[in-house]
Design a protein around this ligand. Structure first.
Ligand SMILES: Nc1nc2c(c(=O)[nH]1)N[C@H]1C(S)=C(S)[C@@H](COP(=O)(O)OP(=O)(O)OC[C@H]3O[C@@H](n4cnc5c(=O)[nH]c(N)nc54)[C@H](O)[C@@H]3O)O[C@H]1N2
Ligand SMILES: Nc1nc2c(c(=O)[nH]1)N[C@H]1C(S)=C(S)[C@@H](COP(=O)(O)OP(=O)(O)OC[C@H]3O[C@@H](n4cnc5c(=O)[nH]c(N)nc54)[C@H](O)[C@@H]3O)O[C@H]1N2
Ligand SMILES: [Mo]
Length: 579
C-alpha cells in the first residue's frame, strides 16, 4: 500500500475495486464507514451488492471479468472530460502519449457490452474520483485472482498518476493483503525472486551481502529465481520437483483444481508439512512438524500498510509443538549449517542489519502497542505512512511509468454445457482453509458444511432449486455438494461459493490458469453448472457421513504420527484413506 490504513479515514474519496472489506477486513471497513461519516464519497465497483455498496454514493455493478475494459473506460473518461492533472503528468510521469494510444479507443460507450455499465455512470464516477481533494483506490482479490491481474494493477496505478491522486497524504493505492502477515512473508523474502527487504536474488551486490552475512561462499546462494507455489503440482508430475516442504499452507483446500493437485503431490519422493492443525494436505505428508500458533509464540507481523507490529506469546506450547523458527533452526543444524538464535529478537536484528528500509524498526520501538511503518531507514526515523510524497517514485529518475493494456476475456467462458460463471470469495465467519476457524465450536454454530452457493433466483428457479436446498455443483474438473442461497445481490448467470468448505470444496471445480507474471490463479472465474438434488433426505445424510469420515481420517492420521523412531510409515496409506 502507498497509503496507511488509518489514513483511509481522512481521504475525501474511496473507490473500492474488487474488495469486500466488511467480510474480509472488518477493521478496514470500519475506517471506511468513518471516512463516509466525515464526508468522503464512496464508489464501489463490484459485481455484487457488497455491504459497502449499501453506504456508497455510487455502486457500479460491473460484469465479472471486465476489469481492464472498465478501468480503461474510466481512464478514457477522465482524459476526455479534461480531468487529468497535466502538471503532475509532466513533472512526475513518463509515457503518457504511448499510454493514451491504448486508452483512447476505450470510450465507456464502446465497452458498455463488456462492463455492463451505462457510459454516463462511468463519466460520473470519473468526475467524483478525479476532482476529489484526495482519493484512494482500494483493491483486493477481485483484481488479483484474475487472468489479467498484473496488467490491472498497472492500469489502476496509472489512473492514480494521471489524476495526481498519489504523492500527497491520504491519496494513493491500497492493495490489501490477506492474512495478518502476508505482507510480512513478502517483507521477509518468502518469494522465489527476493531476499528479505525486496533485494533481488539476481542482484550480484545483494547476493554478495547475504553470503557474507551468512558466512557462506557466494556460489552457495543461487542467482536464479525459484519456483512458485502454483507450479509445484505440474513440476512434481514432470519430476522436476521431488521434495516439497510445505509451511503453513493447505494447498489441497486452497489451490485451484484440487483433485488434480492431490494426484500430482502423490508423485513426490518426500513431502514435509509444518502446520498447527491437521489438514487434508498434512494427511498426505511423509513427515509432519507440529508448530506453535500465534497465541504460543513471539514475533513480528507486517500489516498491509507496511506497519510492523510485535506480538508476544500468551500461553506455553502444548505437547510436541515447537516454534516454527526452532524447527527450521534444528533442521538447518542437522543438515550441516548450524544456526544458534536464542530468540526472535536476535533473528529480527539480523533482518534489520541486512534490510536498509527496515533498520529503524527496533524491538524497543515496537514494545507494547508500539509499531514501526517502513520505509524506516534509521532509528530516529518516524516511519512512513504515505509513500511517494511529492511525486517521487522508486524508479532511477523518480518518475512513474504509465502502462496500459488491452482487455482480454477470462480463460474459460461459459458455454451450453457449463453455462454459469463460478466466482469464489470469502465470508466473514470462517477463515481461508478453515483449519483454524473450523476447529472453533462457536463459529461452527454460525455456519457449517457444506457452505453455501449463492445463486440468482432466476437461475435457481430455472433449475428447480429452492432456497436452502443441497445442490450439486460441477465443472470440467470436479464437483462438490453445496447449499443453495437464492440471492438478488449478485449478477444473473454467476454463482458464488466461498473456499472455506471441505465437503463443499469449490476448488474441486476451479480452473488452474495462472497469470504469467505473478503465477496467481484465476480463482474468480471458471465455468460451472449447478443441479438440484431430488432426494434431500439422502443428501443431508450423505453430507454428514462424508464430513464425519473426513474428520475421523484427520484424527487417525495424527494418531498414526506417534510412531517409534526408525519405524517406517507410508503416507500413501493416507492417500488411500482420503480417496
Ligand atoms: N473472514 C475472513 N476474512 C478474510 C479471509 C477469510 O477467509 N475469511 N481471507 C483473507 C485473505 S487470504 C484475503 S486475500 C483477503 C481478501 O479479501 P477480498 O479482496 O475482499 O476477497 P474476495 O471476497 O475473494 O473478493 C473481493 C471481491 O471481488 C469481487 N469480484 C469478483 N469478480 C470480480 C471482477 O471481475 N471484478 C471486480 N472488480 N470485482 C470482482 C467479489 O464480488 C468480491 O466482493 O481476505 C482476508 N480476510
Ligand atoms: N477458490 C479460491 N481459492 C483460494 C482463494 C479464493 O478466493 N478462491 N483465495 C486464495 C488466497 S488469497 C489465499 S491467501 C489462500 C490461503 O490459503 P492457505 O494459506 O492454504 O490457508 P490459511 O487458512 O490461511 O492457512 C494455511 C495453514 O496455515 C496454518 N497455520 C496458521 N498459523 C500457523 C503458524 O503459526 N505456523 C504454522 N506452521 N502454520 C500455521 C493453518 O493451520 C492452515 O492449515 O487461499 C487461496 N485459495
Ligand atoms: Mo490471501
Amino acid at each position: 500500500m502507498s497509503v496507511s490504513i488509518p489514513g483511509m479515514e481522512e481521504a475525501k474519496c474511496i473507490m473500492l475495486f474488487g474488495y469486500n472489506p466488511s467480510a474480509s477486513h472488518p477493521i478496514v471497513s470500519r475506517r471506511i464507514v468513518k471516512a463516509k461519516e466525515k464526508g468522503a464519497k464512496i464508489i464501489v465497483c463490484d459485481p455484487r451488492v457488497i455491504e459497502t455498496a449499501r453506504i456508497a454514493d455510487m455502486h457500479l455493478q460491473i460484469n465479472n471479468g471486465c476489469n481492464i475494459a472498465f478501468l480503461n473506460a474510466f481512464a478514457n473518461s477522465i482524459v476526455n472530460q479534461g480531468l487529468h492533472n497535466k502538471e503532475f503528468i509532466a513533472e512526475h510521469t513518463h509515457g503518457f502519449d504511448e499510454w493514451w494510444e491504448t486508452i483512447k479507443d476505450y470510450t465507456p460507450e464502446s465497452v458498455e457490452h463488456i462492463t455492463g455499465i451505462p457510459a454516463e455512470r462511468i463519466h460520473e464516477a470519473a468526475r467524483i474520483y478525479a476532482t476529489a481533494e484526495t482519493a484512494i483506490i482500494g483493491w483486493g482479490m477481485g483484481v488479483a485472482q484474475q487472468k489479467q491481474n498484473v496488467p490491472t494493477v498497472h492500469t489502476i496505478a496509472a489512473i492514480a498518476c494521471i489524476t495526481g491522486q498519489i504523492g500527497k497524504p491520504n491519496a494513493g493505492l491500497a492493495p490489501v493483503r490477506g492474512q495478518n502477515n502476508v505482507q510480512g512473508s513478502c517483507d521477509m523474502g518468502m518469494l522465489p525472486n527476493l531476499y528479505p527487504g525486496y533485494q533481488k536474488v539476481t542482484d550480484p551486490a545483494a547476493r554478495e551481502k547475504f553470503a557474507k552475512a551468512w558466512n557462506v561462499p557466494v556460489e552457495r546462494l543461487s542467482d536464479h529465481e525459484g519456483y512458485k507455489l502454483t507450479d509445484v503440482g505440474h513440476l512434481a508430475e514432470e519430476g522436476k520437483v521431488r521434495a516439497f516442504y510445505n509451511f503453513g499452507e493447505d494447498p489441497l483446500q486452497t489451490e485451484p483444481d484440487a483433485i488434480d493437485l492431490a494426484r500430482q503431490l502423490g508423485m513426490l519422493d518426500l513431502f514435509i508439512c509444518q502446520d498447527i492443525f491437521m489438514t487434508q494436505t498434512t494427511m498426505l505428508a511423509d513427515v509432519i512438524f507440529p508448530g506453535t500458533s500465534w497465541g504460543e509464540h513471539d514475533g513480528v507481523f507486517s500489516a498491509s500498510d507496511r506497519t510492523f507490529q510485535r506480538f508476544t506469546a500468551a500461553v506455553p506450547p502444548k505437547g510436541e509443538c515447537r516454534h516454527d523458527w526452532e524447527i527450521f533452526q534444528d533442521l538447518s543444524t542437522r543438515m550441516g549449517y548450524p544456526m544458534h538464535y536464542n530468540d526472535t529478537e536476535e533473528i529480527w536484528n539480523e533482518v534489520r542489519e541486512l534490510c536498509p528500509t527496515f533498520y529503524g524498526a527496533t524491538y524497543e520501538k515496537m514494545a507494547g502497542v508500539g509499531h514501526a511503518q517502513w520505509p524506516i531507514p534509521t532509528i530516529e526515523h518516524p516511519g512512513t505512512p504515505d509513500m511517494f510524497l511529492g511525486g517521487k517514485f522508486t524508479t532511477p529518475d523518480q518518475h512513474a511509468l504509465l502502462m496500459a493494456h488491452e482487455w482480454e476475456p477470462p480463460t474459460e467462458l461459459p458455454d451450453d454445457e457449463y453455462p454459469l460463471i463460478l466466482c469464489t470469495v470469502r465470508e466473514v465467519g470462517h477463515y481461508s482453509c478453515r483449519s483454524m476457524t473450523g476447529n472453533c465450536r462457536a463459529l461452527s454454530l454460525l455456519a457449517e458444511e457444506p457452505g453455501e452457493i449463492h445463486i440468482h433466483p432466476d437461475d435457481a428457479i430455472a433449475r428447480g432449486i429452492g432456497d436452502g436446498e443441497l445442490v450439486r455443483a460441477h465443472s470440467r474438473r470436479g464437483e462438490a455438494m453445496s447449499r443453495a442461497v437464492l440471492d438478488e445481490r449478485i449478477n444473473k448467470g454467476t454463482v458464488y461459493m466461498t473456499y472455506q468448505w471441505w465437503i463443499g470444496k469449490c476448488n474441486n471445480l476451479t480452473l488452474h490458469a495462472t497469470d504469467p507474471r505473478s503465477h496467481t490463479p484465476e480463482d474468480k472465474f471458471s465455468a460451472c453448472q449447478v443441479e438440484a438434488i431430488e432426494d434431500q433426505v439422502w443428501a443431508e445424510r450423505r453430507l454428514q457421513e462424508m464430513y464425519d469420515e473426513l474428520k475421523d481420517n484427520l484424527a487417525n492420521t495424527a494418531a498414526a504420527q506417534d510412531i517409534e523412531p526408525g519405524q517406517a510409515r507410508s503416507s500413501r496409506q493416507a492417500e488411500a484413506v482420503m480417496a
